[in-house]
Structures are given as C-alpha cells and as structure tokens.
Design a protein around this ligand. Structure first.
Ligand SMILES: Nc1ncnc2c1ncn2[C@@H]1O[C@H](COP(=O)(O)OP(=O)(O)OP(=O)(O)O)[C@@H](O)[C@H]1O
Ligand SMILES: [Mg+2]
Length: 297
C-alpha cells in the first residue's frame, strides 16, 4: 500500500489526450535516457479503474514481467503492444487472476480494482472474473445454443431471478455486442454455428452479460477477417462508453484506431506508456520507435 500511495501522490496525471498539452512532460522528455528500461511516459491517470504497482511475474525462474506500474483509466481503451513473448498476455492475465491457473506462475506487487486489492486472500476469483471479464484470441463459444451461451454467466452468478429477467439480460447483452439483429430469430441454434466474427461478438455478449467493469481482450481480432475485425473494432469504440477495456494487439493500426492510451512492452519491461496519438507520432524511447516503425519485432 505504501508504494501505491506514493505513486498516486506523484500526481503527474493525464487522461485521454490531456498529455499532449502537458508542457512539463515535454521538458522531461528531453531528459529521458532513451536506452534505459524504466518506464517512460504517463503511467498514472486521475481516478483510475485499475491500479497496478510494482508487478512482477515469474514462471519458475523465468522473470516474465519486471516491476510494471500502470493505471487503467475509466472508460478508456488501453492498448498493450510489443514483440512476441514480451509479456503482454501474462500481464493482461494478472488483471483478473487468470494466471492463478498456471502452477509455475508467481506474482508480486499490487493490483487494485478501484479500492479492491484483487490478490487479497479474501477475494473470490469467480466474481472477480465476472467483474474483470476476458475475451480470448480465438472465439470460444460453448457448444450450447446462442441463448445459453449468454445466459450461462447470469445463471451461475444468480443475476436474474425469473426467466423473463434472463431473457432481458440475453437480449440486452446481444444488443450491446451488436449481434442481436443477426441472431434474434435463431437463439436456440448452436453458438458454434455462427461465423468467426459473430462468434467473437457472442463471446463479448457472454462477457457483458455478467455486468463486468473491465473487459480484457487478448488479440480479439487476430482470427477474424477484415470485415469482422471492423465490426468488433466499432463495437469496442461503443463499449468504451460503459466499460474499461484493455486490449492486446499485434496490429498497430488497430491499436491506433481503437485505443486512447498505449503501453509498449519489451522483454517483460513496460518501456513506454502514453496517449496513443503521442506514442505513435512521437515515441520517446528508442525501443518503442524501433517497434512501431517496423525495425523490431
Ligand atoms: N503458461 C506459461 N508457462 C510458462 N511460461 C510462460 C507461460 N505463459 C507465458 N510464458 C512465458 O512468459 C513470457 C511472456 O509470454 P506471453 O505469452 O505473456 O507473451 P506475449 O507478449 O503475450 O507474446 P505473444 O505476442 O506471442 O502472444 C515468455 O517468455 C513465455 O514463454
Ligand atoms: Mg500473447
């Protein structure tokens, strides 16, 4: 807690583009050692939804995440980019304790969802993973009907007390995921019979149905064609109004299109973070610049 408080008191806070007018940071930028591995840029925001401080992740002896501190702001899309193996998925999975399922994995540091220490012994990971939901790279609908895919979470979390309420949750979740019109007349058909883009939107509807606060997405479009990708990207832009989204992507155009802030990881280090516009147009660290200009990765 000490470290988190100290970090929050730094107060050099920007949010959603405000960084571009922060002249103090521009002055500091000139002092940045472009080769050092401490994080460059604006890690912290006002009133964050998630707060990560001094996070380290080890898989046995492999130190996969090295002392990462970053905030995730409310109603923002934070993109995480970087070369393969740099730790993007590992860090993302820390945010809803998905790494708990990996026996070799050990995590130190603090991660808060609002004021909740998500690694506190008293925290039950089942509701936590509803609050911080996850959408995976490959759409993974259950081999159940479209209706049951979406109704599954609300049923196990007891979020609907009557079948009419459950119907409402299913309909509103499919509407928010932009899939309702395409499936409303075949809710009893299997979710696995949908196209790839439809399946991914079904998985997003399934995530939304349990009323998450944060949605984690690990390369959600990499198995989709460009048209389905455009649909999911448009959806992400809409979802941001209600949710906080953290997205891992290898596609830098996608990061530029959908996110307000971007974090660049390299070999387990968080090298740079800042407003997406700034990171892509004026990277401060040589490693970030090399990556986004295609010289690395
Ligand atoms: N379940 C696991 N068990 C052991 N080591 C793992 C596990 N998952 C990841 N690692 C290791 O942690 C490091 C970071 O991997 P991670 O999958 O987080 O990278 P990534 O940035 O998501 O890569 P990619 O872009 O290829 O998906 C790598 O060295 C990887 O080998
Ligand atoms: Mg990954």
């Amino acid at each position: 807690m000490q470290s988190m408080t100290a970090a929050l008191e730094v107060g050099d806070v920007s949010f959603l583009g405000a960084e571009s007018i922060d002249t103090e940071s521009v002055k500091q930028e000139e002092k940045v050692d472009r080769d050092n591995r401490t994080t460059t840029g604006k890690q912290f925001v006002d009133n964050p939804r998630m707060t990560c401080r001094d996070v380290n992740v080890y898989y046995d002896d492999n130190h996969a995440i090295n002392n990462v501190s970053i905030d995730v702001g409310r109603n923002e899309v934070l993109a995480m980019i970087g070369p393969s193996g740099c730790g993007k998925s590992t860090f993302l999975r820390c945010l809803n304790r998905m790494n708990d399922t990996v026996s070799s994995c050990r995590i130190t540091g603090d991660i808060y969802l609002d004021s909740l220490d998500i690694y506190d012994k008293s925290v039950d990971v089942v509701p936590l993973r509803a609050q911080v939901g996850m959408v995976f790279q490959k759409p993974n609908p259950f081999p159940k009907s479209i209706y049951d895919n979406v109704a599954y979470g609300p049923r196990i979390h007891g979020l609907a007390s009557t079948s009419a309420e459950l119907d409402d949750v299913v309909e509103s979740s499919l509407k928010k995921a932009g899939l309702w019109k395409e499936v409303c007349d075949r809710l009893d058909q299997s979710g696995t019979g949908l196209s790839g883009g439809q399946q991914q939107r079904l998985c997003i509807a399934r995530t939304i149905a349990v009323r998450p606060e944060v949605i984690l997405m690990d390369e959600p479009c990499s198995a989709l064609d460009p048209i389905a990708t455009a649909t999911v990207e448009a959806l992400i832009a809409e979802l941001r109004e209600q949710y906080t989204i953290v997205i891992v992507t290898h596609n830098m155009q996608q990061a530029a299109r959908v996110s307000q802030r971007t974090a660049y990881f390299h070999l387990g280090d968080l090298i740079e973070v800042g407003s997406t516009d700034r990171v892509f147009t004026n990277p401060r660290h040589r490693l970030t610049e090399d990556y986004i200009t295609g010289r690395f990765g």
